[in-house]
Design a protein. Structure first.
Length: 113
């Protein structure tokens, strides 16, 4: 049986947002990009290409996915696109992830009892 909070989360769009963010971070290159941005604070796409063994178009696509998921902020200055982590979004993502898996763990413990 579903609890009320679970049903509210489904109807609020929280599942879709969390799933999109999980999908965005589910690629090793995107995790490396997040780590690089955490270390440097901000980077232009070309700087990321210099560090990762990926083509510029591939890095751009990964950045687009991370930004669409709401995990990055970006600004465009002519041909340069500068990206940084969105700290508030990362915190909200972590909180949503922790809450969801805490609920799953609690349900599992009830079933084991």
């Amino acid at each position: 049986m579903y609890n009320k909070r679970f049903v509210e989360m489904v109807h609020s769009g929280a599942d879709e947002r969390l799933a999109a963010q999980l999908k965005a971070v589910a690629h090793p290159a995107r995790l490396q990009i997040l780590e690089l941005l955490a270390e440097r604070g901000e980077c232009v796409c070309g700087e990321i290409v210099e560090v990762l063994p990926l083509a510029q178009s591939t890095v751009s696509q990964h950045l687009k996915i991370l930004k669409k998921a709401g995990l990055l902020c970006g600004s465009i200055d002519g041909p340069r696109s500068c990206y940084c982590l969105d700290g508030a979004a990362l915190l909200a993502f972590r909180k949503a992830f922790d809450e969801r898996f805490s609920e799953l763990e609690a349900c599992n413990k009830l079933q084991d009892a």
